[in-house]
Unconditional design. Structure first.
Length: 158
């Protein structure tokens, strides 16, 4: 199985929609109080704006020209002040492997690619958010060397 990682392009939108839906449907399932059901969670115009934004980078994993995974990243800078040091971070905003292609090394190859890309940008770290309910994702991120940095907590009042 030859997995190729490349930059996403405008013509990939229709092939990526099922992956974007997969991520969104998980979020709707675990937090319907936060996420709305939506068959088009990423509008084409928004996707295209990400492609031309110099701080956002979308990479796809392909097998035989079929898109089987996607990772969406965004560069952000933390401005130094009296409380924190200046830092450059590459955030993984979304990562999805097609359900039919999981556990085949595609996620590892995609994240390794992102790690190398981050090194080329000279970022200080690569960070992401993951739902506490997404235990398989948490286990995957741990398996590739990531560690919990912080935790968001809440109390729902209504």
């Amino acid at each position: 199985m030859n997995i190729i990682i490349r930059n996403a392009k405008q013509s990939d939108y229709e092939s990526l929609l099922p992956l974007f839906r997969q991520v969104h449907e998980f979020h709707v399932f675990v937090r319907p109080d936060l996420y709305k059901e939506n068959s088009t969670p990423v509008e084409q115009e928004f996707f295209e704006s990400q492609l031309i934004d110099g701080k956002q980078h979308i990479f796809v994993a392909t097998i035989s020209n079929d898109i089987v995974g996607v990772v969406v990243t965004k560069e952000e800078e933390v401005t130094e002040n009296t409380f924190v040091n200046k830092r450059k971070v590459l955030f993984i905003k979304s990562l999805c492997i097609a359900e039919t292609h999981r556990k085949k090394g595609i996620g590892k190859k995609l994240t390794k690619y992102v790690f190398e890309f981050g090194r080329s940008l000279k970022v200080d770290s690569i960070e992401l958010g993951v739902s506490e309910e997404n235990t398989s994702a948490i286990e995957f991120y741990r398996s590739i060397g990531m560690a919990t940095k912080s935790r968001k907590m809440e109390i729902i009042l209504n």
